[in-house]
Design a protein around this ligand. Structure first.
Ligand code: PRP
Length: 217
């Protein structure tokens, strides 16, 4: 393949939405892509190579330049502050970051404990609120922490709100909205500018046609 563009894609639930958007942008992606367990997928007809990465790791691959571009959640971009260009809001995987906890459970006066997958976002949020907190980093099932007494609050993603509801937790504050973004390695942006511009333009058209033709950037 000549001058292939490599794209780091998030595995899991974001993948499906991202693949659908790429198809709407006119990329012919084979149906078997969606169920594959392969981690590197070549689409020679489109001059594309996909790496399937954990959503939290996409920006690492792009920052290191092993992937030219990637699809990453704004949550991860805020948390990791990687040296990548964020070129387009893809308006997929919409959710938000929130502070949640047990109902009628005030935060401890002394160093309340906050469990989260997002230690940097959580620290700066509580710092801005003027609250001194202890951050407890977890890797998943964050909602468990307040239920079993590990933390006073959690900072986590809320999408449908089902996980909070089914575990008897409530949302205290919303921190920020989250959608997936097209990110690009700065060197690739110079070396493969035409390919990257084309990718961004086609995706931008697909996003805006979903929104009834509104321009997105
Ligand atoms: C995410 C997030 C919440 C849940 C929110 O977890 O951390 O737990 O989804 O979604 P909902 O509002 O639609 O219920 P994920 O499924 O990614 O798994 P994790 O717990 O391993 O992080």
């Amino acid at each position: 393949m000549n001058n292939v563009l490599t794209i780091a894609m998030p595995k899991g639930r974001i993948f499906e939405e991202a693949a659908e958007l790429l198809r709407e942008a006119g990329y012919k992606l084979p149906p078997e892509l969606d169920d594959s367990r392969k981690l590197i997928l070549d689409i020679p007809e489109e001059n594309l190579r996909f790496f399937l990465a954990k959503p939290m790791d996409v920006s690492t691959y792009v920052e290191h330049g092993v992937a030219d571009a990637g699809i990453a959640g704004k949550d991860v971009l805020l948390e990791e502050e990687r040296d990548v260009y964020e070129v387009l809001d893809l308006q997929i995987s919409s959710c938000y970051l929130a502070v949640a906890g047990l109902p009628d459970h005030p935060m401890s006066d002394v160093a309340p404990r906050i469990a989260t997958k997002y230690p940097n976002i959580a620290s700066s949020y509580f710092r801005e609120q003027g609250e001194q907190v202890e951050i407890i980093k977890l890797n998943g099932s964050i909602e468990l922490a307040p239920m079993i007494g590990l933390a006073d609050r959690i900072v986590d993603i809320v999408s449908t709100g089902r996980t909070l509801k089914e575990n008897g937790l409530i949302e205290y504050e919303q921190i920020c909205d989250v959608t997936s973004r097209l990110i690009v390695n700065p060197v690739s942006y110079r070396m493969k500018d035409l390919q990257i511009d084309e990718l961004a333009e086609r995706l931008s058209k697909a996003v805006s046609s979903r929104q009834g033709g509104k321009t997105v950037g």
